[in-house]
Design a protein around this ligand. Structure first.
Ligand code: KG4
Ligand code: ZN
Length: 336
């Protein structure tokens, strides 16, 4: 059987990325140009700055992706691109590049949902066994997705306010940690302990939804009140307390979802899935409560945004016959 090569493009937020993926499972190249340095001083991603960076980076990333993969345009079977969710201006750069390339080389254009991409990042290192549950935790999303087969997604629960990563980044500002704060708070947490006992929102509720804005407010109020009273707080303990609250809720609800839906595998994906504390605790508790369920998390470098995961998800879409026309538009609020 001939191998199927897909050129994948991702530009939904602050990474410009282009990859060449073989048969949806093997990375031939995965070029990621991060813009974090340009957004750091604003404490978040500035949409207009992001779009301009994508314009500057995209062609170079495409050239590098071909070079590193050692393939020619004529070897490709399709071009895939993220068309949402994300920043509209940022998405449009990737979409325009993908459309132009598809049209010029007479290749099918495969539209990919960014969140499906995060789930499929897992397939670049582990097999997928259905039915499965996916916990998606990123800067913009926190949701539990049930999959009974490839390319089929049912959102069974999600955050009612802030995403987990968003809570990390907002709390990070109060702690004086540079954006994005998740990784540094994770490191601080390992040197502190859970002494402040923040709330575990919705942990006992009989649903699969989450809420992180109460935790964020409790954290900010504690810090502000302490400042007013001139009290000293221990930053590492603050980080550990915040992180333990996030972990407790994510782990408890995710395992309950796995039990209810009797899944064979749990995939944890998205930027926050890089969290060492979360990875460890989810693994331990799942092994204790449901040892028959396989736990998979993408490799660390594939947890954040990248085009390899888009190519992996595109392989499934392509085989379903999901091909876009050149009318494809960005869908900033795309859902499953
Ligand atoms: O998936 P991603 O790269 O971009 C989105 O699609 O949102 O996720 C970025 C988010 C940021 O909020 C960042 O703070 C968080 O992932 N993050 C982490 C860690 N590494 C990145 N959160 C907690 N622990 C980490 N180690
Ligand atoms: Zn993402």
């Amino acid at each position: 059987k001939e191998r199927q090569l897909i050129l994948a493009i991702e530009s939904s937020c602050d990474e410009t990325s282009v990859a060449v993926i073989e048969d949806g499972t093997k990375i031939l190249s995965n070029i990621v140009a991060s813009q974090i340095k340009s957004h750091e001083r604003f404490g978040g991603v500035v949409p207009e700055v992001a779009s301009r960076h994508h314009v500057e980076q995209i062609i170079g990333c495409m050239e590098e992706a071909f070079q590193e993969a050692g393939v020619q345009v004529t070897d490709l079977g399709a071009v895939a691109v993220t068309y949402g969710p994300g920043l509209v201006g940022a998405l449009l750069i990737g979409i325009t590049a993908a459309k132009t390339f598809a049209w010029a080389n007479d290749l099918p254009l495969i539209p990919v949902n960014h969140m499906a991409g995060h789930i499929y990042a897992s397939r670049l290192s582990h097999e997928m066994t259905f039915p499965l549950m996916a916990l998606l935790v990123s800067g913009g999303h926190t949701e539990l997705v049930y999959m009974k087969e490839h390319g089929s997604y049912e959102v069974i629960g999600e955050t009612r306010d802030d995403a987990a990563g968003e809570a990390y980044d907002k709390v990070g500002r109060v702690l004086g940690v540079t954006y994005p704060s998740g990784k540094i708070i994770d490191e601080m947490a390992h040197q502190g302990s859970d002494t402040y006992n923040f709330p575990r929102a919705m942990i006992k509720e009989d649903n699969f939804d989450f809420s992180f804005s109460g935790l964020k407010s409790a954290f900010i109020n504690l810090v502000h009140n302490a400042e007013q009273r001139g009290e000293e707080l221990i930053p590492n303990d603050l980080a550990a307390s915040f992180q333990q609250s996030v972990i407790d809720v994510l782990v408890s609800k995710t395992i309950r979802a796995c039990e209810t839906y009797e899944v064979k595998q749990l995939i944890m994906a998205g930027g926050v899935a890089a969290n060492q504390g979360l990875r460890r605790e989810m693994k331990t508790q799942l092994a204790e409560k449901m040892p028959e369920v396989v736990f998979s998390v993408p490799e660390l470098k594939l947890c954040g945004d990248n085009a390899a995961m888009i190519g992996a998800a595109a392989f499934v879409e392509a085989n379903k016959g999901n091909v876009a026309t050149l009318e494809l538009n960005a869908k900033p609020s795309l859902i499953f």
